[in-house]
Design a protein around this ligand. Structure first.
Ligand code: AMP
Length: 586
C-alpha cells in the first residue's frame, strides 16, 4: 500500500473530533487493507512500529532529523533550525521545507507503507559506531521521495510523536466494525455520525470480546489479524500465556471498610495494601521473567526476586501478580515506594542496589498455573493455589497477608494493623471474583486513609529565569482520555516554588528527565513528549475552563515520579470526573 493512503487517513482523523467518525474512517480503511498490511497499519495508526510492551525504541533525536532533512532536501541546517524555531514543530518544518523543494523537483518514487515500516524498525536495531549516520540515511531515504504531508507524518512517527488523536477505544471498535459488520450490522449514519446496531447486545458482546483479547495480548496488530482470520472464535480462544505479559487488574477506591463490604460482598478477603511496586512474574521451562505493571521486563534489575521465586515457589510454570516492597536492611521496617523506585531503571551496580535496597515479594494473585489459565477461576481458588505453592519466608517472599471475614470490627482492626505496620491501607476482594486484566471492575477495592492522588503526565514545561534559567521550573500536568488517546491538561505545578517542586522531586530531577523528550520550544515554553508520570496530591478538584480537561486542581503538589507507570496508564478523565462528583457529595 502507498503511504499516501495512510496519510490521507491521518488527515481525515485529525480533522474530526467525533469519536464515531474516527472509528468509521479507520474501519472503512481496514476493510480495504490487504491482509499483509493490516498489522503495520494498526501499529502506524498508533504512531509506533512495535507493540506497546516491546521495549525497543527508535532512538531518534531532533538533531538527527535536522541532519536527515539537510541530506534529503539539500537545505542547510541553519535554515532548517530557523524554520523549526518559527513553527515550533519539526513535522511541520519538514512539510514546509519539502513544499519548497516540490517546486523544483517532481517525486518519482512512491513511498510505500512497508518501506516506512521497515526503515523505522531498522532504526531501533542500530547500535555501535556510525549509528547516527546510518539512522540519518534511513530517515533521509524516506524523505527523499516523500511529498510534503508524507514528510510531516514520517517525521512525527520517527520522533514517536504522532498525535492524530486515536485512542484504544477507537481502534477496538474499528476492529469490530471492520471485521464483524456482516454479523452485527452497525448501520453507521454518515450524516448524523451515529450508529444503530441491529442488536445492541450482540454489538456490545463483540466489543467486549475484542477488549478482552486486547487486555491479554496488548497488541492491536495481533488482534486485528485474529479478528480477520479466525473471527469471534479466535478472539475468545485468546488465553493467558506464560512468558507473555498481560495487563494487570486495577482496583477502585472506596471510602471505608463499610463501603468495601458493600462493594465486594460478605465474606470478603482483606489484604494488606503494600506500598511498593507491582510485578508480574512468569516462569516456564526453568526460566523466570519479571515484568513491571507497564509490562517492561526488569528481570536483570531484581536478581534476588528471581532467587526467591526459584527457591520458594514450587511449581514448574506459572504467572504471579505481586507487590515488591522495600525494607530497611537494619531495622527491617518497610519503606515507601520512593526508596526502591530507583532500582527499576537501573542498569549498573545491580548487586549493590539489591544489597542496599532489598525487596520482599508479596504474592497476591496467580493468573496461570502449570500451563493453564486460571483468570476465570474464583479468587478463593487462586488464593489457595498461592498458599499451596509459595513457601513463605519473611523479607524474601510471602503470600500477601490476608484475613477472610464478614465481621466489620475484625476488618477494621485489620485495617488499623495494616496502617500501623506502615502499609498504605487494605484491599478488599470478592472471594468469587475472576481476574479481569486491565479493568477496574470492582471484584477488588482499595481502602486507604489519604485522599486519592492522581497519576498525571507532564506535557509541557517552562524554563526558569535568572538563577534558575538552566532548569525547567513550571510543569503542566495532564490526565488521559482513552477515547482519543490524547492528554488533557488539568493544572500546573512549580511556578513560584523555591527549591523543590515537592518532596523528593527537584527541578533538577525533572529537568533531567524531560530535557531529552522536548519536542517543541518557543521562548521559555517547551512542549515535551508525554512520558514522565508523576503522582500528584491536591486539595480539591474544581471545574475550570482554563484547561482542556475542563477541570483544575487546587494546590497540586508533585509527591513522586512514577517510573512504574506509562502515560496511557495515568489517571483518566473518568476518574477525575468521579473524584470531582464524590468530593461534592461528601
Ligand atoms: P493504587 O496504586 O492506589 O491504584 O492501588 C492498587 C495497587 O496496589 C496495585 O496495583 C498493586 O500495585 C498494589 N497492591 C499492594 N498490595 C496489594 C494487594 N494485596 N492486592 C492487590 N494490589 C496490591
Amino acid at each position: 500500500m502507498e503511504y499516501k493512503k495512510l496519510v490521507g487517513l491521518y488527515n481525515s482523523i485529525e480533522a474530526t473530533s467525533k469519536r464515531l467518525e474516527k472509528t468509521y474512517l479507520v474501519a472503512e480503511f481496514l476493510k480495504k487493507t490487504d491482509i499483509d498490511d493490516i498489522p503495520k497499519i494498526m501499529l502506524l495508526l498508533q504512531g509506533r512500529v512495535f507493540p506497546p510492551f516491546d521495549e525497543r525504541t527508535l532512538g531518534v533525536a531532533t538533531r538527527m532529523v535536522i541532519k536527515a532533512l539537510n541530506k534529503s532536501l539539500g537545505i542547510d541546517a541553519d535554515a532548517i533550525e530557523r524554520e523549526w524555531k518559527r513553527t515550533g514543530d519539526l513535522g511541520i518544518t519538514a512539510e514546509n521545507l519539502a513544499e519548497k523543494k516540490k517546486q523544483m523537483a517532481l517525486f518519482t518514487t512512491k513511498v510505500m507503507v512497508s518501506k516506512v515500516f521497515t526503515n523505522l524498525r531498522k532504526l531501533a536495531e542500530m547500535e555501535g559506531s556510525g549509528t547516527v549516520d546510518r539512522k540519518v540515511s534511513l530517515i533521509s531515504e524516506l524523505l527523499t521521495s516523500a511529498s510534503p504531508d508524507e514528510a510531516r507524518y514520517i517525521i512525527r512517527t520517527v520522533l514517536e510523536d504522532l498525535r492524530v488523536g486515536i485512542g484504544e477505544g477507537v481502534l477496538r471498535d474499528a476492529i469490530v466494525w471492520a471485521f464483524f459488520e456482516d454479523s452485527i450490522h452497525i448501520n453507521y449514519d454518515t450524516e448524523s455520525k451515529s450508529i444503530k446496531p441491529e442488536n445492541r447486545e450482540l454489538y456490545n458482546a463483540y466489543v467486549e470480546a475484542v477488549q478482552e483479547a486486547f487486555d491479554i495480548l496488548n497488541d492491536f496488530a495481533e488482534i486485528a489479524m485474529l479478528a480477520k482470520t479466525s473471527g469471534l472464535k479466535g478472539l475468545k480462544a485468546v488465553g493467558v500465556v506464560v512468558g507473555k505479559p498481560l495487563k494487570v487488574m486495577l482496583y477502585k477506591k472506596v471510602k471505608d471498610i463499610e463501603e468495601a463490604f458493600e462493594s465486594v460482598g460478605k465474606p470478603a478477603a482483606f489484604e494488606y495494601k503494600y506500598d511498593g511496586f507491582r510485578i508480574q512474574v512468569h516462569k516456564k521451562d526453568g526460566k523466570i521473567t519479571v515484568f513491571t505493571r507497564r509490562l517492561e521486563e526488569v528481570t536483570a534489575q531484581f536478581p534476588e526476586v528471581v532467587e526467591y521465586i526459584k527457591k520458594n515457589v514450587k511449581a514448574s510454570s506459572f504467572i504471579l501478580d505481586a507487590e515488591c516492597v522495600g525494607y530497611d536492611v537494619k531495622s527491617k521496617k518497610y519503606l515507601p515506594f520512593q526508596s526502591i523506585s530507583q532500582r527499576i531503571k537501573r542498569k549498573h551496580d545491580i548487586q549493590e542496589m539489591s544489597d542496599k535496597f532489598p525487596v520482599e515479594v508479596n504474592v497476591f494473585d496467580i493468573l496461570n498455573y502449570e500451563g493453564k489459565s486460571v483468570i476465570k477461576s474464583p479468587f478463593r481458588e487462586r488464593r489457595a493455589l498461592i498458599e499451596k505453592i509459595v513457601s513463605p519466608l519473611p523479607y524474601s517472599i510471602i503470600p500477601a497477608k490476608q484475613i477472610v471475614t464478614s465481621d466489620l470490627d475484625e476488618a477494621k482492626r485489620f485495617y488499623d494493623a495494616a496502617l500501623k505496620a506502615g502499609e498504605e491501607g487494605v484491599m478488599a476482594k470478592n472471594l468469587d471474583g475472576i481476574y479481569k486484566p486491565g479493568s477496574r471492575v470492582g471484584y477488588g477495592v482499595k481502602v486507604k486513609p489519604v485522599m486519592e492522588s492522581l497519576d498525571l503526565v507532564i506535557v509541557a514545561a517552562e524554563w526558569g529565569e535568572g538563577k534558575r534559567s538552566g532548569w525547567l521550573t513550571s510543569f503542566s500536568l495532564a490526565c488521559y482520555d482513552p477515547d482519543t488517546g490524547s492528554f488533557m491538561e488539568i493544572g500546573k505545578v512549580g511556578t513560584g516554588v523555591k527549591e523543590k517542586v515537592e518532596l523528593g522531586v527537584s527541578f533538577e530531577q525533572l529537568t533531567e528527565l524531560l530535557k531529552p523528550v522536548i519536542i517543541k520550544e518557543k521562548g521559555r515554553d517547551v512542549t515535551v513528549k508525554p512520558m514522565v508520570v508523576v503522582e500528584v496530591n491536591f486539595e480539591e478538584i474544581q471545574k475550570s475552563p482554563t484547561y482542556s480537561s475542563g477541570y483544575a486542581l487546587r494546590f497540586p503538589r508533585v509527591i513522586r515520579i512514577r517510573e512504574d507507570r506509562s502515560p496511557d496508564e495515568c489517571s483518566d478523565l473518568a476518574l477525575v470526573q468521579d473524584l470531582y462528583s464524590t468530593q461534592r457529595s461528601r
